[in-house]
Structure formats: structure tokens, C-alpha cells
Design a binder for this molecule. Structure first.
Ligand code: ADP
Ligand code: ZN
Length: 532
């Protein structure tokens, strides 16, 4: 009976406060469980409706729901949106001055808040935990819970201290939520937050209305323009670039070409960023060109496409970013252009960047998984779902029919000889002590080009000089890119030197075949010339 009334209460709040008719997916079960005092780990894709999973229990239960979120920049907006619905919400973070903070604290202590948003670093302060102990907490919601996972792509050390919540408030239910959850991350969330007794709610990560497409990069801005003109004229969308400079240049380019586009990155002043973001939310056909600083927590249902001009660092990141498309369930496109230079650049960033060796190893593993997704000849969606551990009964999910590899299955060709040519060139260059050679030099040698650097090192005297004249430069770069993705070549050090891997030896010895995708055209057969 009690159960039933709590359920009825949740539905009433959904309708009265939020104005929705019915729950979506697993919302109702999560809410029922948390209202009843249980802990929950909720894995739901972006746009799945995670917020209500803690907002409604916070409204139904006595006391204040404390929401821990790393997204300080969004707290004001989230709280404003809740207040507009009549929910008594507040936040405490570093942007508040002393007086503002005092007001929120007083409201909390007086039991006048339904929801209180806190940044995770706050909870390391004794003053904060003491404050929470003096008031009444109805539940703890740990948003973006994957931030606790050290093997994840977005680790935040402050999250580790959240394990104390269960110790200090054993009777207060906790709900951890994330949109990124491989099995490993899920396990880490449960362990590190001390939530072994929690119930798991795992929604499907499939976003069937998003069409995934990954194309080889040649002239990315022109390719992007073609894609926009052909398929998304006048649509709202997001274009992601790695660098601020890339963002600026691309936004200018699109404007020149008659596409309404604005830039967004952390180097712009706060006023400009806010103005561009609110235009994006308000207007119908605006394109935002942005670094990944843009998008977290942005809730615009009719984003029709997400385009990447540079390779994301991980499948998690790619999934999260592309997940901002098509929240309204209508057909949308995730489009990515990627090339060899992306791989080399990202490897350099990892090798030359900060962090210890285990951090770098992790970053490389994330990048490798992303590369494998780019180069797969099977269904992209199936790959993504398998990556998130969502294969159905142990088998990979069936081909989806709505991604580029399903729609136009890539042809493959036997690239064993081409691979051997690349690998034996690398072997020969290794003997040049102290010198580092990247892809450019290897390709020049294969093509038989007497560049200044080739002459300088007598590389035109190598046995492999010119053995690749039957293919074009772009095709050789494609071969190297695919060898990288297949782990047959690796990039070393901050100069992007190509090196062999353990697996390369088998190819060189002729004991392993190499299949390549056909966006790299195989060499023309010399014996048969096709009449025009
Ligand atoms: P997430 O945090 O999982 O990315 P949100 O909580 O921001 O997702 O919800 C995504 C969108 O779906 C929001 O606009 C939200 O208002 C809407 N939404 C959530 N639950 C429902 C529901 N039961 N009915 C209709 N719309 C909903
Ligand atoms: Zn598919």
C-alpha cells in the first residue's frame, strides 16, 4: 500500500512539476527504488532522462537531495531551470561569494531546499560535511559517476573521496549516474563509491536514430561543407575540432560559404560563449563549431548532426559527443572525418603530454579502440555496443542497417605486400642511428621521390626506394593509417617516428595476411590496361 502511494506520488510530481505524461525507460523503477531508500547505479545514454531519476525522489522524500556534479559552469542554469518549474533548488560552488553562499546554506538548514548542487571538491572540506550533517539530506546523487574511474577517460581525483558518503550517511540512499559505462567503468564505479549493495539499472546504449559515418579525411572543411549542403542544409548541429585555432578557422570558413556558424571554445570570453550557447539553444538552424568544452549538459532535442573534423580521443568521448544529436528521436547523423595525421598527432600528444606511464598507457588504449572503430569493416553500431559490453547473449549485436558500413559495405583487398613494403622500409630506417623518420619520409622513399631529406640521408640508395610507385601518396598514407589501427605499426615519441610492433614480424615473414579497406585503392594490375 505504502509502495503504491509512493509510486502515485512520483507520477503526480512528474505531471504536476515537470509537465510530462509518463516515465521513460527505467525511470520509474529507479525512482521507486530510490524513494524506497535503496542505492542505485544508473547507466543510461545521454538524453535518456537521468536527471528525473534523482530529482523526483528528492521531491518525494523528506529533506534535501544533494547532487554532486563536476559541471560547475552548468549549475546556475540547472538551478534556474528547476526554479522556473517551482522546485526549490540551490547550488554551492566556487563562483559564489561569501554572502551568496551563506544564503544557500541557511536555506538548506531551514529545510527550504529540495535540491542542492555541489561540486565534488566541496565535499573534501570539513565545513561542507559538517553543514550537511546539521541539515536533513534525502539522498545523494552522484552525477557523471564515471569520473571516479581511474581507467576511464574523464577521471577526477575529487570523486575518490565520495566513498565516504556511504560511511557517514549509511541511511541516506545514493544514486550514481553516468552516460559512459563500459563494464570496467561500471565495476570501478561500484567499487570506488562503495556501492556493492546498490541495484544496477542499465539502459540500452543504442541510439537507433543516429546514423554513424566515418570517412577518410582529405580536405576536411570542404568535405564538411559538402556533407552539410547535401544533407543538413539549415539544420542545427555541432562541429567538433581539436584545437581552438581549428574551431575559429572552420567557423569562418562556414560563414564565408553561407552556413550560419559560431565558434565556441575556452579561449573566448565568458560573455561570447554564453551568447553563442544561448543562440544555439534558441535558434533553429545554427551550427556551433566547438572544442569538446561545448556540449556537456546542453539539452537541445533537435540537434540534427554532430560532425568531427578531428579524431576523438576515445570511443567513450565519441559516443558522448555524437549522443548530443537526435535526442528527439528523429533521424540524425554522426559524421567523422579522420586521417593518418590525426593518429600521429594524438599519439604525439599522449607521448609528449603530462601524466605518468600508466596514464599514457590508458590514453593509448583508448585511442586504439577509437581507431579500431574507424577502421572496422563491420557494423559501427555493433562495434560501439560491443565496446560498451552490450552484445546480446555474448554475441556481437546484429548489423544495424543504419551506419555507413552497413549501408555500403566496404570492400577489402589483400594488402599483405603493401604492408610488407611499409614495414621493410621502417626496418631499414631503424639503422639510421639517432635519426627519427615519420610517415612523410617513408612515403617519399616508397614513391621513389628524391626529396632533400631523401638525398641527405642517401635513402635513394635503399633497396625499397621506389618500390611503391604503383600507388599514390594518399593511398600509402591510407595503408600506414590502417596498419596503425591494426597494431602492425606504432608511433613513437613526440616526433611521430614509425616503429614496428611485435605483430609486424609475422607480416614481414609472410606468416600473416593483411586485409585492408578499399578506401585505399589497391595498385593497378600492370598487365591489364582497361580501355576507356
Ligand atoms: P540525461 O541527463 O540522461 O542526458 P536528461 O535528464 O537531461 O538526460 O533528459 C533529457 C531530456 O529528456 C530532457 O529534455 C528531459 O526534460 C526529457 N525527459 C526526461 N524524462 C522525460 C519523460 N519521462 N518524458 C518526457 N521527457 C522527458
Ligand atoms: Zn551498422
Amino acid at each position: 500500500m505504502l509502495q503504491e502511494s509512493a509510486q502515485g506520488e512520483a507520477l503526480r510530481v512528474l505531471r504536476r512539476v515537470f509537465g510530462y505524461d509518463s516515465f521513460r525507460g527505467q525511470q520509474e523503477s529507479v525512482i521507486e527504488h530510490v524513494v524506497g531508500g535503496g542505492d542505485a547505479v544508473v547507466l543510461m545514454p545521454t538524453g535518456g532522462g537521468k536527471s528525473l531519476c534523482y530529482q523526483i525522489p528528492a521531491l518525494v522524500r523528506r529533506g534535501t537531495g544533494v547532487v554532486i556534479s563536476p559541471l560547475i559552469a552548468l549549475m546556475q542554469d540547472q538551478v534556474d531551470a528547476l526554479r522556473a518549474l517551482g522546485v526549490r533548488a540551490g547550488f554551492i560552488n566556487s563562483t559564489l561569494d561569501f554572502e551568496e553562499r551563506r544564503v544557500v546554506e541557511a536555506e538548506f538548514l531551514a529545510g527550504e531546499l529540495d535540491l542542492l548542487y555541489l561540486a565534488p571538491e566541496r565535499l573534501r572540506l570539513e565545513a561542507t560535511t559538517a553543514l550537511l550533517e546539521r541539515g536533513e539530506v534525502s539522498l545523494f546523487a552522484i552525477d557523471e559517476a564515471h569520473c571516479v574511474a581511474q581507467w576511464g577517460h574523464d577521471f577526477r581525483p575529487d570523486y575518490l573521496s565520495l566513498s565516504m558518503l556511504g560511511e557517514r550517511w549509511p541511511d541516506v540512499p545514493r544514486v550514481a549516474l553516468t552516460a559512459t559505462a563500459t563494464r570496467a567503468t561500471h565495476r570501478e564505479i561500484t567499487e570506488r563509491l562503495g556501492m556493492k549493495g546498490a541495484r544496477d539499472f542499465v539502459a540500452s546504449f543504442d541510439r537507433p536514430n543516429i546514423q554513424y559515418r566515418i570517412v577518410p579525411k582529405s580536405d576536411p572543411r570542404k568535405q564538411l561543407l559538402r556533407f552539410l549542403k547535401d544533407e543538413h542544409e539549415g539544420d542545427a548541429g555541432i562541429v567538433y575540432c581539436l584545437s581552438r585555432n581549428g574551431v575559429e578557422k572552420t567557423a569562418e570558413f562556414l560563414c564565408r560559404e553561407g552556413v550560419e556558424a559560431v565558434p565556441y571554445h575556452a579561449g573566448l570570453d565568458a560573455g561570447t560563449r554564453a551568447a553563442h550557447q544561448s543562440r544555439f539553444l534558441r535558434e533553429e538552424g545554427l551550427v556551433v563549431v566547438a572544442t569538446i568544452a561545448f556540449g556537456m549538459g546542453i539539452d537541445k532535442p533537435d540537434v540534427r548532426f554532430v560532425a568531427h573534423l578531428d579524431l576523438p580521443k576515445s570511443v567513450e568521448g565519441y559516443y558522448q559527443e555524437t549522443g548530443r544529436a537526435g535526442r528527439d528521436g528523429l533521424p540524425s547523423t554522426a559524421w567523422l572525418a579522420y586521417g593518418l595525421q590525426d593518429v600521429v598527432q594524438q599519439r604525439k600528444l599522449i607521448d609528449g603530454g603530462e601524466g605518468d606511464e600508466s596514464f599514457r598507457r590508458r590514453a593509448r588504449a583508448h585511442l586504439d579502440a577509437m581507431l579500431a572503430l574507424c577502421e572496422t569493416v563491420t557494423c559501427r553500431r555493433a562495434r560501439i555496443l560491443a565496446y560498451f559490453g552490450q552484445e546480446s547473449d555474448g554475441r556481437d549485436p546484429a548489423p544495424c542497417g543504419n551506419c555507413d558500413t552497413c549501408l555500403t559495405p566496404p570492400e577489402t583487398w589483400d594488402g599483405t605486400v603493401a604492408a610488407q613494403k611499409v614495414l621493410s622500409t621502417i626496418v631499414r630506417l631503424k639503422r639510421e642511428r639517432g635519426q627519427k623518420f615519420g610517415t612523410g619520409q617513408i612515403v617519399d622513399i616508397l614513391l621513389g621521390r628524391k626529396s632533400a631529406k631523401v638525398i641527405q640521408f642517401d635513402h635513394d640508395a635503399l633497396k625499397v626506394f621506389g618500390v611503391g610507385a604503383d600507388m599514390a601518396e594518399a593511398e600509402w598514407r591510407g595503408v600506414v593509417r590502417q596498419l596503425l589501427a591494426q597494431g602492425l605499426v606504432e608511433v613513437e615519441g613526440e616526433y611521430g617516428t614509425l616503429a614496428l610492433t611485435d605483430a609486424s614480424a609475422d607480416v614481414l615473414r609472410g606468416e600473416r595476411e593483411v586485409q585492408l579497406r578499399k578506401d585505399v585503392r589497391p595498385p593497378k594490375a600492370p598487365s591489364r590496361s582497361k580501355p576507356k
